[in-house]
Ligand binder design. Structure first.
Ligand SMILES: *Cc1c(COP(=O)(O)O)cnc(C)c1O
Length: 421
């Protein structure tokens, strides 16, 4: 049977089989044909507590009986009011204003527009954005513009706007990155903002840098009055061992993007939080200074209800305890794997582990990727290496048995495919 569906990041010309998924629970997904697959990448980094979490599902069901959708310009509703209030309570001061949207990419677009709008509205227009090498901030044109250039956006590159890029602060190159930021901040063409993924660059290959560097990046921006945007779309909600990755560097951004785990990974929703300073710059009797952004489904009530259930889980249940337990399991399994096969650049941050494998080709289209994915599929594991970077990022509820099976599959893949590491 042919399908009319055009899938994301999928080469339909290769005719690779696409499993039909019928249901999911916890860390497992099930196909129509009865296969149980361990979700070792949290369905592309979104699922935190587990699939079909009963509290989140119940909240969605209840909200769907009351209010499905309402225009959010000039209207409000209880799920959004509750969520905004509780998010502000949960997130660090002075992030006191919550703008809703419907995906991570959109929350980044909103963050950039807030920064540019701030400078325009206070009468000091600035347009330059500083980014970090290898970053990923989403797939819309603006989000791609502030992300790394590569095969995945080469058709659009001429239309992406120019940015100033600092090197990735890899071990040994930290000072170079800090100096570059300092230099760019002092150029006559003053930058509006620096946008960064705190502590770990996800799609760029799970590249990690230290809280100490993150703190210094923040300090340089503060010193030169450049807005600091933290893209915590992947890192937020416990992924890195703390609610936010920024906590580990003891910093607070001017603008914060959250999505993926905001609803526990159940339904799409995103928020961009801003300081009173940025909000105030948009408050005026002049209608031309309002924030000109909206998605049709801004603050969809059902999505907000799911997020409220997620926040309740964070309040009532020992989520960080679970995160620490998973981090410990991940650490021991990775160490054991290294005991059997040599692993290059083995690393961990909170619930995420990663390492590189030898490959004749590197980058996103490294030829080893499809081979590995096919092997993992045959072992009923959802793992999706980023080029020659293998990583494991499971839901927090994964059992020790399932995690063992994940690492056994990786071990067998390396041995059976004869991959020199
Ligand atoms: C996933 C991701 C995005 C984009 O989010 P979408 O919901 O896929 O649009 C942006 N930034 C980071 C760091 C991400 O991991």
């Amino acid at each position: 049977m042919t399908s009319a569906v055009w899938h994301p990041f999928t080469q339909h010309g290769l005719n690779e089989p696409i499993p039909l998924v019928s249901h999911a629970a916890g860390a497992a997904i099930y196909t129509q044909s009865g296969e149980r697959i361990v979700d070792a990448i949290s369905s592309w980094w979104v699922t935190t507590h587990g699939h079909c979490h009963p509290r989140i599902m119940a909240a969605i069901a209840a909200q769907s009986q009351a209010l499905d959708q309402i225009i959010f310009a000039g209207h409000t509703h209880e799920p959004a009011e509750t969520l905004a209030r509780d998010l502000v309570k949960m997130m660090p001061d002075p992030l006191a204003h919550v703008f809703f949207s419907d995906s991570g990419s959109t929350s980044v677009e909103v963050a950039l527009k807030m920064a540019l709008g701030y400078w325009a509205n206070i009468g000091m227009p600035r347009h330059k954005i500083i980014v970090m090498q290898h970053s990923y901030h989403g797939d819309t044109i603006g989000a791609m513009s502030v992300g790394a250039r590569g095969v995945f956006n080469q058709s659009y590159t001429p239309l992406l706007f120019d940015v100033a890029t600092i090197p990735f602060p890899a071990a040994g190159l930290e000072q170079e990155a800090l100096d570059a930021l300092d230099r760019i901040c002092q150029m006559p063409d003053k930058p509006a903002a620096f946008i960064v993924e705190p502590l770990i660059l996800g799609a760029g290959g799970m590249l990690m840098y230290t809280p100490h560097i993150l703190k210094q990046l923040r300090e340089i921006c503060t010193r030169h009055d450049v807005l600091f945007i933290a893209d915590e779309i992947m890192t937020g909600w416990g992924r890195t061992g703390t609610l936010l990755a920024c906590e580990q560097a003891d910093i607070v951004p001017d603008i914060l993007c959250l999505s993926k785990g905001l609803t526990g990974g159940a339904v799409p929703l995103a928020v961009t939080l801003a300081t009173p300073q940025i909000f105030a710059a948009h408050v005026s009797t002049d209608r031309a200074k309002m924030f000109f952004h909206s998605s049709s489904y801004t603050a969809n009530p059902i999505a907000c209800a799911a997020a409220n259930a997620n926040l309740a889980i964070w309040r009532d249940e020992p989520v960080l305890q679970r995160v620490r337990t998973l981090a410990g399991l991940q650490q021991s399994r990775l160490a054991e794997l290294k005991h059997h096969v040599p692993l290059r650049n083995m690393r961990q941050l909170g619930t995420i582990t990663a390492f590189e494998i030898e490959s004749k080709t590197t980058g996103y289209l490294a030829t080893i990727g499809p081979q590995l994915m096919a092997f993992f599929k045959s072992r009923h594991m959802l793992l999706r290496p980023l080029g020659n970077t293998v990583y494991v990022m499971p839901p927090y509820c994964i059992s020790a048995e399932d995690l063992d099976a994940v690492y056994h599959a990786i071990h067998d893949a390396l041995v059976e495919l004869g991959i020199p590491c």
